[in-house]
Write a new protein. Sequence first.
Length: 347
Amino acid sequence: MEERLKQLQQEAIGRVEDAQALKALNEVRVAYLGKKGPITEVLKGMGKLSAEERPKIGAMANDVRDAIASAIEEKQQKLEAEAIQAQLAEEGIDVTLPGRSVKAGNHHPLTNVVEEIENLFISMGYKVEEGPEVEQDYYNFEALNLPKGHPARDMQDSFYITEEILLRTQTSPVQVRTMERHAGNGPVKIICPGKVYRRDNDDATHSHQFMQIEGLVVDENIRMSDLKGTLDIFAKKMFGADREIRLRPSFFPFTEPSVEMDLSCKICGGKGCNVCKATGWIEILGAGMVHPNVLEMAGFDSKKYTGFAFGMGVERIAMLKYGVDDIRHFYTNDHRFLNQFNRSEIN
Ligand code: 2NL
């Protein structure tokens, strides 16, 4: 019996030493110290022993069990410590590695141009007004002297939602709504930036959705010379003090007289090149004196009040300012394009 116990102790401790993982160690515990294990077996067989042998063997069996248990306990602590070390080594962070740079976004070039134009007019006392993109036929057309059936409001050219509701084709409805709010009292001095929509096939110079900025001044004694002076300041501040403007007669249903404004070409200095098509002038916006019908429909007395208005496509202005050759660059979100317009580098 003594021999058997010594042998068990040796065997168990050998297996504890061999165990390389907590799972294997637990198997050793179950095998030697479990209810069906050999030590329990020995203790069960004590009844057959003589009275003097019994306490000796009993004490020895307890010692063997304690020795195995403490060997297991010791090994378990060692394996657990090793497991933590291994995990730490694997999850370790090398704080000496160089960091990954976080790419900061920047403002879209159209946002930059809109804000630049806004600030320019704010400095001349204008207020910025915005309004709905889904608009009533009345505000988009009728109130602008474009009655139903007018050839300039072809159904084919607009995105209609119902007979009376459409996506605005210009930002003028915002100006009409603002004039209505003034209830016949001047002055009105506003610019209206925003998205507009036209049924058109997209190409290098056309987009079915684009941005427009319109300006409107209504007061007593507003004259064509006020319009010309305002546009001249705008052109020089936006494109450089060396630029000239020229006004050509044109037609819009909502202004009378109507003009188109050209900017002197910087590329050829007026001699004639590709961009100005050998004329020395580049067309950049439309304008005119507000049509009396438009003033009257919005509640203004056209004998007392006069006004001027102008409208420009923001993309066209941005293309001329930065030499962009395709309007679609503004909408396709190619970072190689967008990253060239970092605001801190432009302003
Ligand atoms: C263009 C021309 C223009 C206006 C817009 C306007 C607004 C009111 C009354 C009268 Cl409420 N006129 N706006 C006037 C002339 C031209 O836009 O080529 N835009 C891209």
